[in-house]
Design a protein around this ligand. Sequence first.
Ligand code: NAP
Length: 299
Amino acid sequence: MLTDLHIAVIGGDARQLEVIRKLIELDAKISLIGFDQLDHGFAGATKYQINELSFEDIDAIILPVAGTNHEGQVDTIFSNEKVYLKEEVIKQTPDHCIIYSGISNDYLNQLVKTTNRKLVRLFERDDIAIYNSIPTVEGTIMLVIQHTDFTIHGSKIAVLGLGRVGMSVARSFAALGAKVKVGARKSEHLARISEMGLQPFHLSNLMKEVADVDICINTIPYPILSADVLSKVPSHSLIIDLASKPGGTDFRYAEKRGIKAILAPGLPGIVAPKTAGQIVANVLAQLLSEDLAERKEKK
Ligand code: NAP
């Protein structure tokens, strides 16, 4: 239980509603900022404007997945008010206050540095990334079905990268009957691909390996599908680029060659916002209770 914790949830989309629901269930005291237009109220949570709330007893601040923009503005889907996370606000919090965000940027990094507060980047955690790979795979399957006129079963698919997303993508498409090969650069990854019963190839052979694919799914956040490589991809192929923006594909060249290439960021929040919210909520609940237990032990 999070009975003694006072948590400020600042901004966010439908995913944050799952976080709020979970924290209320665990008996935390919740102050909401950027939710004034949310129709249904949460019993046990109070809505504030950012300048109305006293941050002196706030134990944790929860930001949306994107954190803030480069000016410190927090995205607030449920409010028309502009909400900024400023140094003055963080300085009011007790020293132990932890800020939780999906990802970070220079603004947020600088803010926690100058105020000497801990920032947890949730999306860097393996547990969140692995759980999130599940809705990511489902969204990828949806896109492939929407953008092809042939079945996944029997199609030749190259997956680039064997990280947390690549592994789930490769395994799921293979389970659907596709002929999956996976490109990686580490020998342990190539060994794992073999162990999974899939066809491994080293990324240095990418130009040769893409010559016969129907679908290429990229998970590598690096310009891996360059014009040189794309010049070898069959023109009927579909490219789904899952890597974070700007992706790893030369989209200009793909279009020039008539290859359909789709950059598909943020699939969990699009295809399964409730699950995506629950993934964050469950991990956050665990982290907050560990922090609470640690502070109680120190007292
Ligand atoms: P990850 O576990 O870090 O995996 C990244 C993979 O890319 C690893 O196999 C890594 O191999 C490889 N890689 C990185 N830089 C490379 C380079 N320069 N050359 C060759 N290989 C390279 O990351 P992840 O969690 O799987 O996420 C992959 C990407 O998908 C990220 O950009 C992430 O933000 C994004 N993502 C997108 C969605 C979506 O909805 N579209 C959802 C979740 C994540 P090494 O180990 O050899 O470095």
